[in-house]
Design a protein around this ligand. Structure first.
Ligand code: COA
Length: 377
């Protein structure tokens, strides 16, 4: 590709090879290292998916137990990180997470060691510690004490425990486990790409994860689940959904939770969250969100012929809300789910590293005479 050929937004540009995940946007298929997302959603767990992505195979029971134990053992934060979280408690939870990970680099014994063994140790620590940062920030900003992690709980259950101070029921824990697993990797999304760009300069894993978190924060990437809940609140009643959608489309607004750069059919992850939200809504006696979302989906049916289908974010926000997770934590939830995918792409980048340095087509002026400052107008 020459300077003359523009690939704005890098649309359609294949930047490298991966074994981590593959999206088939026409068929609506997603695989993690060969395994269909539907099989993983029904049969697997977040910890197992971490193992799959980082080691390229499903673990034996012992391998899974070892990884689960390592994650549990590495959840605690250095006390200085809790102090830093306290100092920045008024900030957006994504900024607290980004700051916390940046500060963790100071305390990690392997920060400057980019060998495969050190990177795997950091993968475990960062995956475990980021969940603790998000939960601790939420409690500290509410004036509560951070809850120490419970090593007897799995990653998802422990996160809810650290967030609320109470052990969750099995169903709530599984809802989070499923949500994290469904977000674990998604090929060359903007935040994973940012992590690769940072790694391409031979910068360490903490630096790359900070880049990824910063990139996920933008509403065009991580923010749609929150926007869906804002929309749901605005619609208010199921019977108002159809007119709301008509008005939004007429005003050339985007209906949040619909459309995708790669999927031109239903995002395969949406089905599992739809089922969860229906089920949890019935169980907790809060069916209204599901009813409103279903009516929005029905009203959007005519746009399917243009490839605009429901995406993963459409039901994710309702799932979080049913679990009592505040709206500004939705993007950090996405980040916690995406950690293993960011990490696996960082590991892949390290395995065959290359500087990611594209070109820009210069369209500014040329050959301007330099005017001394005293003569400029
Ligand atoms: C995700 C998204 C940015 C992908 O965009 P993209 O592949 O670059 O597609 P475009 O922005 O070029 O949109 C193509 C057409 O579909 C329309 N469209 C796309 N998503 C739409 C939506 N959610 N609601 C209404 N119309 C939509 C666009 O208006 C555009 O129409 P036009 O050709 O008449 O101008 C886009 O679908 C979107 O903004 N969705 C809402 C936000 C969201 O849910 N994001 C989470 C993604 S996981």
């Amino acid at each position: 590709m020459t300077e003359e050929q523009l690939a704005r937004g890098l649309k359609g540009v294949v930047i490298d090879k991966t074994e981590s995940s593959k999206i088939d946007g026409k068929l609506g298929k997603l695989i993690y290292h060969g395994y269909d997302i539907h099989d993983l959603a029904e049969k697997s767990t977040f910890e197992e998916v971490c193992y799959l992505l980082w080691h390229g195979k499903l673990p034996t029971q012992k391998e899974l137990d070892d990884l689960s134990r390592s994650l549990a053992e590495n959840r605690a934060l250095p006390p200085q990180i809790l102090q830093i979280i306290d100092l920045v408690k008024a900030t957006h939870p994504m900024d607290a997470l980004r700051t916390g990970v940046s500060a963790l680099a100071t305390f990690d014994p392997d920060t400057e060691d980019n060998s495969p063994a050190a990177n795997l140790r950091k993968a475990i620590r960062l995956t475990a510690q980021t969940a603790t940062i998000v939960a601790a920030h939420e409690r500290i900003r509410k004036g509560q004490k951070a809850v120490a992690p419970d090593p007897s709980l799995n990653h998802a259950a422990n996160f809810l425990y650290m967030l609320k101070g109470e052990k969750p029921d099995a169903e709530s824990a599984r809802a989070i486990d499923l949500d994290l697993l469904l977000h674990a990797d998604h090929s060359s999304n903007a935040s994973a790409f940012a992590a690769r760009v940072t790694t391409g300069t031979n910068a360490d894993m903490h630096a790359a994860i900070v880049s990824a978190i910063a990139t996920l924060k933008g509403p065009a990437h991580g923010g749609a689940a929150q926007a869906v809940m804002t929309m749901t609140a605005e619609i208010g009643e199921p019977e108002r959904a159809e007119q709301w959608v008509k008005d939004a489309i007429a005003a050339k607004k985007r209906v949040m939770g619909f459309g995708h750069r790669v999927y031109k059919t239903e995002d395969p992850r949406a089905r599992h969250l739809r089922d969860r939200v229906r089920h949890m809504g019935e169980k907790y006696g809060q069916v209204k969100w599901f009813q409103i979302l279903s009516r929005v989906e029905e009203a959007m049916a005519p746009y399917r012929e243009r490839g605009i289908y429901v995406n993963v974010d459409f039901y994710a926000g309702a799932a979080y809300s049913l679990l009592g997770i505040p709206e500004d934590l939705f993007i950090p939830m996405f980040a916690l789910g995406r950690m293993p995918g960011w990490i696996t792409q960082i590991l892949e980048q390290w395995a065959d590293n290359i500087l990611l340095r594209p070109l820009l087509k210069y369209v500014g002026p040329v050959d301007l005479p330099y005017i001394p400052i005293s003569e400029r107008k």
